[in-house]
Design a protein around this ligand. Structure first.
Ligand code: FAD
Ligand code: NAD
Length: 551
């Protein structure tokens, strides 16, 4: 339908009309302008008092927050803590207080329809309203057969009711040509790294990383879709939208049928949560009422693999190569900084897997395109051990051959970089690989960063990975210092020599650490890493200040 412009001016409910008659403006205090409000919302201050958590709000709870200094208002099902906004509200505090502790949608529509409240109040978002189940009916059998997104209205309400206070959930909707699957994570700290999507034939999988768990959507789609799709994250509300393109522009009666472990929370292997470590799978047996059961099932904890094509392979040192793999067009996967994946190849009839840490294509943009389109490529720096089991086989692959790549794993958290001032990296041999993305990230995305020091241990000069890139980067960015230490140098080497030791470390870490926020990352052969961690502890670095990369 065409949107025909209104003949009357100002248009009903337009800003001009509302401002002139519909509501009175009150004088705002100094420092309480719209710009001041925007500045406050961007300051990182916790405006909800919930430290970034999104909650499910019951009517009873909403009613309790009805005072000026504790005022929650519900607008179109979303609840906002408007107390911090009171003094900035052009209509005055009293006007806002009319909706305190209640559903203010109607009031809002009468007076503020033109205001983009979602964006204005996005930092005040407390969560969604919990909706009471309208129909208490067991849908379990129905659920087994189809995932019906075209439920009558009463049942749609009931679908929403399934969402417990912190469990993720999903929903879907369609247009003539698109199907959108929306995942509600109920977490604010999600991004494009948090979601992995694979669809092959009619099987659709979406793994969402939520803290120490994976939330799995696994569906046999009812109709065919095109290979490419898009993924969007609305960080402020913790929502992920996966937009699939229909092959035929027909209306779908249902999304599809559930496949194994559909709509389940699965603990991640590398979780730090001891309870979750027990390989329990939390399966939602009744989607509409959010009934989770726990079953012990080590099989389902296994990582999912997709086949990737070898695009290029180039020598970096005499025994280390840069491999570039292309993800299938029907996959969205971005390996988070500090995490690794497993590569899988059949070797003499047996499937062998080994862990590898993806790197960026280079440390400097002049060496490689910074990010190839859609993050469809994964790079690896891999040392070939001629007497090894896996790497010789990998080295034999021809361009165009396939290797399976798992979903990511690892317990490194990017939050470790928050307000970081001094970063020390201790790498030995291919233990340099996690440092690549860390270096790229640290030098571009940590505003508080003062200094990065890399101490890179190798046997000989010929073994040093990306030496000239590292030297160029250190020349370009004065915050970076790089030191090479060789354990088996030729006699002409006039740099540092030996293995990791108290003397080398105390000199390397000599910096005014008194007041600075520090992180030391260490990776290499197991004895190197273990010895390094012991020495760092002896030098009074706390557990939080050390991250060791291990399997
Ligand atoms: P292996 O068969 O494991 O052999 C390796 C060497 O050990 C060979 O020289 C072999 O002769 C010797 N060896 C094997 N068994 C014995 C034995 N019993 N006694 C004495 N010597 C023996 N490597 C990279 O190159 N790049 C990466 O990005 C990377 N990331 C990793 C991430 C993680 C989390 C971990 C844990 C390891 C990572 N590795 C990485 C190492 C990688 O996983 C493999 O261990 C490595 O590639 C060797 O595999 P391989 O099967 O070829 O060699
Ligand atoms: P390498 O054998 O060439 O040795 C590199 C340097 O490590 C040596 O020069 C020496 O300084 C130090 N080193 C080696 N053995 C040592 C020991 N016993 N004690 C103290 N220092 C020692 O290294 P490489 O063949 O490149 O092996 C790299 C290692 O890093 C592999 O074991 C690999 O599994 C590991 N790695 C782990 C991760 C991870 O856990 N995330 C990632 C990448 C690599």
């Amino acid at each position: 339908m065409l949107n025909v412009p209104s003949q009357s001016f100002p248009a009903p409910r337009s800003q001009q009309r509302v401002a002139s008659g519909g509501r009175s403006k009150v004088p705002l205090k100094q420092g309480r302008s719209l710009m001041d409000w925007i500045r406050l919302t961007k300051s990182g201050k916790d405006l909800t008092g919930l430290k970034g958590r999104l909650i499910e709000v019951t009517e009873e709870e909403l009613k309790k927050h009805n005072k000026k200094d504790d005022c929650w208002i519900c607008i179109r099902g979303f609840v906002y803590n408007v107390s911090p906004y009171m003094e900035y509200h052009p209509g005055g505090e009293d006007e806002l207080m009319r909706a305190a502790g209640s559903d203010g949608t109607e009031l809002f529509d009468q007076v503020h329809r033109w205001v983009n409240y979602e964006s204005m109040l996005k930092e005040c978002l407390v969560g969604r309203m919990a909706i009471k189940p309208a129909v208490l009916k067991d849908y379990r059998e129905e659920e087994k057969k189809v995932l019906n997104g075209m439920l009558p209205k009463s049942q749609v309400t009931d679908t929403l009711a399934k969402e417990g206070p912190s469990y993720p959930s999903y929903d879907w909707f369609q247009t003539n040509s698109l199907v959108t699957i929306a995942i509600y994570t109920k977490q604010k700290d999600i991004n494009l790294d948090s979601i992995i999507v694979d669809h092959q034939d009619d099987s659709f999988r979406a793994e969402t990383i939520i803290k120490d768990c994976l939330y799995l959507i696994h569906i046999g789609l009812s109709h065919e879709v095109q290979e490419d799709f898009s993924v969007r994250v609305v960080e402020s509300v913790g929502k992920i939208e996966i937009v699939l393109k229909k092959k035929e522009n027909t209306s779908w009666d249902f999304l599809g049928h559930p496949l194994e472990n559909h709509n389940s929370l699965i603990p991640r292997k590398d979780t730090e949560d001891p309870y979750m470590k027990d390989s329990y799978i939390r399966k939602n047996i009744n989607q509409r009422r959010e009934t989770f059961i726990f079953t012990f099932n080590p099989d389902v904890v296994g990582l999912y693999y997709r086949k990737c094509q070898l695009i290029s392979k180039e020598n970096v040192t005499h025994d280390t190569r840069l491999f570039c793999l292309m993800l299938p067009p029907s996959t969205h996967l971005q390996v988070p900084i500090g995490q690794h994946v497993y590569l899988k190849l059949p070797i003499t009839g047996t499937e062998i897997v080994k862990p590898y840490t993806p790197v960026s294509g280079s440390l400097l943009s002049e060496f490689k395109e910074p990010v190839l389109p859609n993050n469809k490529y994964i790079y690896f720096l891999i040392k070939i051990y001629h007497t090894g089991l896996f790497t010789p086989e990998l080295d034999r692959l021809q361009i165009g051959d396939f290797v399976s790549v798992s979903s990511p794993e690892g317990n490194f958290k990017i939050s470790k970089f928050q307000e970081l001032e001094d970063l020390f990296l201790l790498a030995a041999g291919t233990g340099f690989t996690p440092m690549v993305k860390i270096l790229n990230y640290a030098l571009t995305d940590i505003p508080s960063l003062r200094k990065v020091k890399l101490m890179f241990f190798n046997k000989t000069e010929d073994d040093i990975i990306w030496r000239s890139q590292l030297e160029k980067l250190a020349f370009k960015d004065k915050r970076l210092d790089v030191e090479f230490v060789l354990s088996a140098p030729i006699s002409e080497w006039n740099g540092k020599q030996g293995h990791i030791s108290p003397a080398l470390l105390s000199e390397f870490l000599k910096i005014n650490l008194d007041k600075s926020k520090v992180l030391v990352c260490i990776c290499g052969p197991v004895p190197f890493t273990e010895q390094g961690v012991r020495l760092l502890q002896d030098l009074n670095f706390s557990k939080n200040e050390i991250h060791s990369f291990t399997a």
